[in-house]
Design a protein around this ligand. Structure first.
Ligand SMILES: Cc1cc2nc3c(=O)[nH]c(=O)nc-3n(C[C@H](O)[C@H](O)[C@H](O)COP(=O)(O)O)c2cc1C
Length: 192
């Protein structure tokens, strides 16, 4: 077994749903390979296999929403991540609760702790996935709620956990940086 190919199993990944509305039908799929990319302009990206039905809809509508799930709602990640929209309307089949977006036509997931409305900005080919970049046009809610949200973290093999707030570390950054700078100035500038 080539463990290099399975490196992502050792990376803690937050779980989100990518939702797209095309004509009258809404489809949603689970994504664990995602990341913020830029604050100004606000850009967010995720990896998607070319064969996903959602990908086809993103190319057509040039927009999507991103909804992050709590551990309590992580069953949605399995329900929407193990069946394709090509098989039928999975969103209706599981009675996914949706909310109308402010700017884009695709709704976001009401049961998520945090959602973003995105316009398609760019696509890059990256190995066996493509990387989709969206410009964030609106966020719900527009305040910091991470500490109250118990975000679902994917551990592979349809297993999820969350962050443990009894194990938080806070650093005295100013003092740490000052001490390192002090030690650097005592050494003087080193030229290689
Ligand atoms: C926990 C989990 C994480 C997933 N992460 C991704 C991902 O990052 N990228 C991807 O292309 N598919 C990912 N998938 C698989 C898709 O969600 C799955 O193939 C889905 O059925 C595609 O739906 P669609 O064909 O309706 O778009 C993941 C599935 C699960 C269960």
């Amino acid at each position: 077994m080539d463990y290099c190919n399975r490196f992502s199993e050792n990376v803690a990944l937050p779980v989100c749903l990518i939702t797209v509305k095309s004509v009258s039908r809404v489809n949603s799929m689970t994504v664990a390979w995602s990341t913020p990319l830029s604050s100004n302009p606000p850009l967010f990206g995720f990896s998607i296999r070319k064969n996903r039905y959602t990908y086809q809809l993103i190319l057509k509508e040039e927009e999507f929403t991103v909804s992050f799930l709590s551990l309590e709602k992580s069953d949605l990640a399995v329900k929407l991540g193990r069946i394709s929209g090509r098989e039928g309307d999975k969103v209706s089949a599981i009675s996914l609760k949706l909310k109308d977006s402010e700017i884009v036509q695709s709704p976001y997931v009401e049961e998520a702790y945090f959602s973003m409305e995105c316009k398609l900005e760019n696509i890059f080919e990256t190995g066996d996935h493509d990387f989709v970049v969206g410009k964030v046009l609106a966020v719900h809610p527009s305040k910091n709620i991470l500490k109250e949200s118990q975000p679902a973290i994917y551990l592979g093999n349809d297993t999820f956990t969350t962050i443990d707030l009894s194990q938080v570390k806070k650093f005295e950054t100013k003092e740490i940086v000052a001490s390192i700078r002090n030690s650097l100035s005592n050494r003087g500038v080193q030229n290689d």
